[in-house]
Design a protein around this ligand. Structure first.
Ligand code: HEM
Length: 453
């Protein structure tokens, strides 16, 4: 295929053009990238270096590889990269005006208010609220062979979302209705047919958005009145020092978005950890020894630092399988990335998933090796954007401590009750066509530890 440039740089600018092999208009090599993101990224990097372009998912897309380029885009010094017009293409109608889709001053205004829902005291309260629901969820697991980790963890995190995020008592039928709507809204983002045809994903997503809006508007007046320890109440009450608060519409939009942002990401993290802890039983044993040594069935906020092994494994899981595989941005004014001219109107993608596998930054990048994050090695310190599963810059994940708390709380309780294994030669089939997940749901042999019931 022929190499071509994205656009000629302005004369005298000293900038280089962005090179690439664009492929067929609209389609480009979308299918190859979805099927083998790692192989494609390496090939591209060898051929063009960190900045190159091609058609991806119907758009002329500049892919920027490596931590230096990631920093340039995410730190966004000259405000050339916008989130809203880039993310909206994928999730706009379903996650309308979620904070990640807002930009610049408006985003900052919302972010300052939202920060009040993620203070230390709030996090402590969320963590306490989670513990009994985790125990209840895990009690319902039925050990045996063929236990699909991904499906069970997904159900658990959805149920936790109802308790900790919404703080609304729901009967099973209503919880299933809301969870179902939520799943439809998330799925719609990856629809192939991107307009409403009854029965297809896009249409279901639009209907789901209505169900979620109706639900949150119905419960909002009581939340405003009575408050509570859940995220919904926290967003209702959040207020900056200078008195700014969210409107009802803001609260509803942010709730729907936060549910989405929190749920799949922690599910993927826990599933990846479970996979590697099954493949490397010595790590599972090491993590369990620490959890049992705590002598507490439930992890408290002040115990978070005690689980050093789980912490290392979580970091390595987030490196090996970044739950948000790529961050898109729309270029709103002509700019440059590492000396390459990038014209307004382009889409730029920071590929977190493949960046974490670059041999230049990570020794033996595909190997599970949690010790690389241990104090004496700290391979992530090679560059501040080398390890960036939570993004960076103004939009850096606001829920990263929440995520750590939730993942560790669940993992601690699982380790204290259950062991799990996979056959020696098992390799999981990772689906990378959307957010990464195991195609087979990760079937393991789950067994109850002696004396835990
Ligand atoms: C392991 C779990 C998680 C991962 C890997 C993750 C990853 C990310 C990433 C990469 C972004 C940046 C998106 C961008 O720059 O375009 C982000 C933003 C965000 N995340 Fe997370 N996230 C996780 C968990 C959570 C949780 C638990 C919550 C809520 C409780 C949450 C709420 C958000 C919100 C609200 C934003 C948008 C922030 C903004 O635009 O200012 N995330 N997350």
């Amino acid at each position: 295929m022929a190499t071509s440039i994205l656009a000629p740089p302005p004369p005298g600018s000293g900038l280089k053009p962005v090179p690439g092999v664009p492929g067929l208009p609209y389609i480009g090599n979308t299918l190859q990238v979805m099927r083998d993101p790692f192989g494609q990224a390496r090939k591209r990097y060898e051929q063009f270096g960190p900045v190159s372009w091609g058609w991806l998912l119907g758009q002329r897309t500049v892919t920027v590889q490596g931590p230096e380029a990631a920093e340039a885009v995410l730190v966004n010094r000259d405000k050339a990269f916008a989130n809203g017009p880039a993310w909206s293409y994928f999730i706009g109608p379903f996650f309308y005006r979620g904070i990640m889709l807002l930009d610049f001053d408006e985003h900052l205004h919302h972010r300052r208010i939202m920060q009040q829902a993620f203070t230390r005291d709030r996090l402590r309260a969320y963590m306490d609220a989670m513990a009994p629901s985790i125990a209840q969820g895990l009690d319902a697991w039925e050990p045996g062979r063929g236990f699909t980790v991904y499906d069970h963890v997904k159900q658990l995190t959805l149920d936790l979302a109802t308790d900790v995020f919404m703080g609304v008592e729901l009967d099973r039928a209503e919880a299933d209705r809301i969870n179902g709507a939520f799943i439809d809204a998330v799925r719609a983002g990856t629809a192939y047919v991107r307009f409403s045809v009854p029965g297809l994903r896009w249409h279901k997503g639009m209907r789901a958005r209505k169900v979620l809006e109706e639900f949150f508007y119905r419960h909002l007046p009581a939340k405003r009145r009575h408050g509570g320890d859940d995220l919904f109440a926290a967003l209702c009450q959040a207020e900056t020092d200078d008195g700014h608060r969210f409107t009802d519409e803001d609260v509803v939009n942010h709730m729907i978005f936060a549910l989405m942002a929190a749920h799949d990401t922690t599910t993927i993290t826990l599933t990846t950890m479970a996979y590697y802890l099954a493949k490397y039983p010595e790590w599972q044993d090491r993590a369990r020894v620490e959890s049992l040594a705590l002598g507490k069935p439930v992890l408290g906020f002040d115990d978070l630092d005690a689980l050093t092994t789980v912490d290392l494994v979580m970091k390595e899981a987030l490196r090996l399988v970044a739950p948000v595989p790529a961050l898109p941005r729309r270029v709103v004014k002509d700019t440059s990335i590492l000396g390459h001219h990038v014209p307004a109107g382009s889409v730029v993608v920071v590929p977190l998933l493949t960046n974490h596998h670059m041999a230049e930054w990570w020794p033996e990048p595909d190997r599970f090796d949690p010790e690389r994050f241990a104090p004496e090695r700290r391979e992530d310190r090679a560059h501040r954007f080398a390890w960036a599963p939570f993004g960076g810059g103004a939009h850096k994940c606001i829920g990263l401590h929440f995520a750590g708390m939730q993942v560790k709380s669940i993992m601690h309780q699982v380790l204290c009750r259950y062991g799990w294994s996979v056959p020696g030669r098992y390799e999981w089939p990772l689906d990378t066509t959307s957010l990464p997940s195991p195609k087979d749901g990760l079937p393991v042999h789950l067994y109850r530890l002696e004396g835990t019931r």
